[in-house]
Design a protein. Structure first.
Lengths: 271, 309
């Protein structure tokens, strides 16, 4: 190999964020099957256990009308899609991204090249969005097989899931960029934020069942907004301005979180 | 290639006094040169290397790499550098070949070209048999060779190596040195930090000794030895208890004598001649050794023998 060689540059080199995305997708191939199993398998179990198992009880019981005339399975299906996206998004943004700072230190290697820390953060977010898109689309097909995918607009559940998952994931990316420990804060996040959020955001029962004094917890929960959008897409009945409201909440959460995450990545990698 | 004037790096410490890692250094590295940084831990070598690599912004002074200012053209400069970090940061879940290809992509090199260069670099690093093995199956020496090969994927004009052979066995070190020599002959400029004096003497045309964020000596290995040490060193070991008497006795034998807990070091131009005189003095050292002065003698003289934390 002769040195130095004027480096061969393509007409427009790919932006750093897409090269990082390419790298992360390459890594994904190593755990592709298990990741799809996670995206589909566990929600499938919930669908069977709660949608079918519990659902047949509820639908034949005295409170069958509390869900507005639809079966319990149809009620929780969109929520399960969005909840799965949230879990996968937050999960991928936690330990996998953090390990590239703390243990494998791959990010330090990347930023020794022309790729900037902000592009690394963008690449991570793009990858999470890609995973969420694949997982949610697959889950939509599962729902279709169950007959629980709602009308033609039900396809919009997929972007609703991706948006909700990503809006939360970017905040977890920011957290990881600031952490120095062995990752304990992630466990706290999952146990004390994510699990309660999943239980009290209108996924399994309408929030009207919650005492008025606690209902604000659902209103600030991104999962509730995602649920409303997903249910509106599959089952209809969501007013235009309500939809705009939910969409705006998630978009603001996403943009603020992304800006914060980029800043945190820069602060961590440029010292 | 590299010009630094009054280069400074200060780290803010919350609730405490700022730490001056680099306190104003001047240096220049010419194209095709092989340049070394020596210094104890905490001397500021890695901080300086990180500023040269354009991954750490300087706090003060001027710095120019390849004629460009890192504050303005950091991205462009990094595209023309190769960096071998102190700790490998390879992706252990990918194969050897994939690590090379992925890294090349960060420089905007096309996939086909990355594959082609990866094949050449696998030959260079003698890792062809391991090309499709996962990195976590490699030994430490192989990972280091891979890290060095990776740093060359963009055909850099300037290669920065931070302690390249720390932790490797002698065979691995010699293979690496051989590779670095070849690069040097192909015109790549090398900047190395190292603790190994033999590495510094073998690889580097010019050296800088850093201590406490400052440069305390500069020059070629021979110049440094001539300026800061004698040509030869006579080491005398005594049985426990008899060294004190010997210290007094040898005091006049040479200009510089160093007293260590376990031996005496006498710095002279002709070690054998001094040894002959020692024998006439009825001292009974248990072992004697006459050796040439090395960079380690220079290093320890300039930076001291106490541990720096």
């Amino acid at each position: 190999m002769a040195f130095p060689v004027p480096a061969v540059r393509p007409a427009r080199p790919p932006s750093g964020r897409f090269v990082v995305l390419e790298y992360l997708i390459r890594c994904w191939r190593g755990y592709f099957v298990s990741s799809l199993a996670q995206a589909v398998g566990v929600p499938l179990l919930y669908l069977l256990a709660l949608g079918v198992g519990l659902g047949t009880l509820i639908d034949s019981g005295p409170d069958a009308e509390s869900f507005g005339g639809i079966s319990y399975l149809d009620y929780i299906a969109p929520a399960l899609l969005v909840a799965a996206a949230l879990q996968v998004g937050a999960g991928e943004a936690s330990y996998p991204a953090y390990s590239r700072f703390k243990w494998t230190k791959v990010f330090w290697g990347v930023t020794a090249t022309p790729v900037t820390p902000q592009q690394v953060c963008d690449g991570e977010a793009l990858f999470i969005a890609t995973r969420l898109l694949a997982g949610s689309a697959l889950y939509y097909l599962v729902l279709l097989a169950f007959g629980a995918a709602g009308g033609p607009a039900g396809l919009l559940m997929v972007p609703a899931g991706v948006l909700t998952g990503l809006a939360c994931a970017v905040w977890v990316l920011a957290l990881g960029a600031r952490m120095r420990s062995e990752g304990g804060a992630f466990n706290v996040l999952f146990r004390f934020v994510l699990v309660p959020m999943t239980l009290f955001s209108g996924s399994f029962f309408p929030i009207t069942q919650m005492p008025l004094a606690t209902r604000w917890l659902a209103w600030i929960s991104p999962l509730w907004h995602g649920n409303e959008l997903a249910r509106g897409a599959a089952l209809g009945g969501l007013g235009f301005w309500a939809a705009v409201g939910h969409l705006s909440y998630l978009l603001v959460l996403l943009i603020v979180g992304a800006v914060l995450a980029r800043r945190c990545y820069r602060a961590r990698l440029i010292v | 290639m590299i010009i630094a004037k009054g280069l400074r790096k200060t780290f803010p410490v919350r609730g405490g006094k700022d730490v001056d890692a680099v306190s104003g250094i001047d240096l220049s590295v010419a194209r095709g040169e092989s340049f070394g940084f020596l210094g104890p831990n905490g001397a500021g070598k890695s901080s300086t290397m990180r500023m040269i690599a354009c991954v750490s912004p300087r706090t003060g002074g001027e710095l120019s790499i390849l004629g460009l200012d890192p504050e303005v053209d950091g991205v462009r400069i990094r595209g023309r550098l190769g960096v071998v970090p102190q700790q490998d940061n390879l992706d252990e879940e990918l194969t050897v070949r994939e690590n090379l290809i992925v890294y090349g992509r960060y420089f905007g090199i096309s996939r086909a070209e990355c594959r082609r260069r990866a094949a050449e670099l696998l030959e260079f690093a003698q890792l062809v048999e391991k090309a499709d093995a996962k990195v976590d199956t490699l030994s430490g020496g192989m990972k280091r060779r891979l890290t060095i090969a990776r740093s060359l994927i963009n055909s850099p004009e300037l290669l920065l190596l931070d302690e390249p052979t720390t932790g490797l066995d002698p065979q691995a070190r010699h293979v690496l040195w051989d590779r670095l020599f070849r690069l040097k002959h192909q015109g790549v400029t090398l900047v190395v930090t190292t603790h190994y004096m033999d590495e510094a003497e073998q690889l580097c045309d010019r050296l800088v000794v850093m201590d406490g964020g400052r440069i305390v000596a500069q020059g070629s290995p021979a110049e440094l030895i001539a300026a800061h040490s004698s040509r030869e060193v006579l080491e005398l070991r005594f049985s426990p208890g008899s060294q004190d008497a010997a210290e007094v006795a040898v005091a006049g034998l040479a200009e510089r004598i160093e007293v260590l807990p376990d031996r005496l070091l006498i710095y002279a131009d002709d070690g054998d001649e001094v040894l002959a005189r020692v024998h006439t003095m009825d001292l009974r050292p248990t072992t004697t050794l006459v050796r040439r002065s090395t960079l380690e003698d220079v290093f320890l003289r300039l930076t001291g023998r106490s541990l720096v934390d």
